[in-house]
Design a protein around this ligand. Sequence first.
Ligand SMILES: [Mg+2]
Length: 276
Amino acid sequence: MEFVFRRSYRGGLKAAILDWAGTTVDYGSFAPTAAFIRVFASHGVTIELAHARAPMGLMKKDHLRAIARLPEVAARWQAAHGRPCTEGDVNAMFAEFVPLQIEVLADYAGLIPGTLEAVRDFRAQGIKIGSTTGYTREMMNVLVPEARRKGYEPDAWVAANDLPAGRPYPWMVYRNLIELGIFPAEACVKIGDTLVDIEEGLNAGLWTIGVALSGNELGLTQAEAEALSPDTRATRRQEITARMQQAGAHFVVDGIWQAGAAVSAIQARLAQGERP
Ligand SMILES: [Mg+2]
């Protein structure tokens, strides 16, 4: 047979899977950074903010391990301890990290502007709201009620340690789709602030939207971000957009407040029979 038929989905978007810190809450994704710096310091190793931010988006224990493996940090660890950082050290640091992170989470639960409007707009289009994160369930048990008090409550949330692996594996997305009762994957979009968010979405077969200015990539508070000169802002936006596009993002916007236009563009592409 020379030709076969290929099925193509022509329906609309059914779910948006939103990241938490840097996407819907905690402008600049600050909550984890101080805790990582404190935990390494308590083990005699000074790390910089850039080290703490580099692996952002991963499950927090994977994140700790990834910081320890950064060449600069590994060299400092070797100098301080006379040996490399072991899995035992990672376990000990993670045990210290969890209470530190939980202690500050509520202070960083402020909603990113546009979150409630975007959720309302998506729901009006029949799009359900799911969510994934690098936080563990213990941490989410603090963050989720805090966000609810501020008016944000996704229809589903899954924590990074609910499944055998966090990002970039697609398992958290799949669990959301199961809980929301939604398929196919091309009827869903992942929105997040880190490269590993994009990777997670692509691994699950979703459309992806990166948020460039509200998250870890820019790493500034809302006030700091708004105080940037137009030139600096444009340059940083361009650099971050290039990194996200290189990671495979279908769209890159400044923040969730701009996600509506990208969602409309995806709806139009789906209607044409396009896939992510
Ligand atoms: Mg994030």
